[in-house]
Design a protein around this ligand. Structure first.
Ligand code: 2BA
Length: 108
């Protein structure tokens, strides 16, 4: 079995959840936030058979969009400065995905 950790944007999380349910894929949703933008995102944990990994990746790819966001240097640094540099653009997403081996899986 594999553990898929998928960090997705809040805007994609609901649609993705619906697709997981439609495809009979079990997932746990955690509220999370990125260290850079400090805004909320969603982390899904999915324990799946190896044969299901590609299918899950396809569903994530199809339902998570790339978006542009503007950030001010002050908010990223988290300090109040007199530096009023112009906001700049960062591209976020579609999804950040990690796949790990599962040594054991129990449900008691
Ligand atoms: P954040 O840390 O809030 O990052 C949001 C977006 O800001 C990133 O999008 C990236 O485009 C940009 N970014 C991050 N760090 C940067 C930096 N030092 N300089 C310039 N731009 C930077 P994504 O790469 O799509 O990441 C979306 C979210 O996925 C991240 O939110 C974070 O929560 C998670 N993530 C990304 N890479 C990760 C990693 N290697 N380990 C753990 N979580 C990760």
């Amino acid at each position: 079995m594999k553990l898929i950790i998928a960090i997705v944007q809040n805007k994609d999380a609901g649609k993705l959840r619906t697709k997981f349910v439609e495809n009979n894929i079990m997932a746990t949703k955690l509220a999370s936030s990125g260290s850079f933008l400090k805004t909320g995102n969603v982390t899904y944990l999915l324990a799946v058979q190896e044969t299901e990994v590609e299918k899950v990746l396809e569903i994530i790819k199809e339902n998570c969009s790339t978006r542009k966001q503007y950030v001010s240097p002050t908010s990223v640094l988290g300090i109040d400065t007199n530096d009023h540099s112009a906001p700049y653009e960062v591209q976020v997403g579609g999804a950040t995905v990690m796949i790990l081996p599962i040594e054991a899986f129990h449900q008691f």
